[in-house]
Design a binder for this molecule. Structure first.
Ligand code: GNR
Ligand code: NI
Length: 153
């Protein structure tokens, strides 16, 4: 268990494309545990591996509801449908927010920490968060997609 440092906008690592995970070993489990700790410590609802300097296709989400911590490895978004607009922020772009269009619903196929494939249907803030985290795996930040003004505090 360790809190890892979150890279900030301007760090070139955040702009790189992450590679798939191919080993579901204890090192992966340690990274996943650290990512959850780091997300909770920073009061985030999601965290992607490149935000802690690891260019692998991994993210974690916890919406602070009864559904708990979710881990996604090698995710694929399928059947995105509709459109919703939400106000987003990012732990790598502090004190900044803005409106982003995302699919209203989607399905995500991913592997769990043991490599087992699963599928989940998402809507509302879960769909928003999945898209936000997925973008991090391709070097995309929410600020690239903000419509209208990017807001600062
Ligand atoms: O904590 C976070 N909150 C949030 C709010 C609206 C849309 C997306 C997010 S994700 C963000 C944490 C983060 O930066 N994940 O990459
Ligand atoms: Ni983010």
């Amino acid at each position: 268990m360790a809190i890892r440092q979150i890279l900030k906008d301007g760090d070139e690592t955040l702009r790189k494309k992450s590679r798939p995970v191919d080993r579901f070993d204890s090192r992966l489990h340690e990274l996943l545990d650290d990512m959850a700790d780091t997300m909770y410590e920073n009061n985030g609802i999601g965290l992607a591996a490149p935000q802690v300097g690891i260019l692998r296709r991994i993210f974690v989400i916890d919406l602070n509801d009864e559904t708990g911590l979710k881990e996604f490895i090698n995710p694929e978004i399928v059947e995105p449908s509709g459109c919703q607009t939400a106000t987003e922020c990012c732990l790598s772009v502090p004190d900044t927010w803005g409106e982003v269009d995302r699919p209203a619903t989607l399905k995500i196929k991913a592997q769990d920490r043991h490599g087992k494939l699963f599928e989940l249907e998402a809507e509302e803030i879960l769909a928003v968060c999945i898209c936000h985290e997925y973008d991090h795996l391709d070097g995309i930040l929410f600020k690239d997609k903000v419509k209208g003004e990017l807001q600062h505090s």
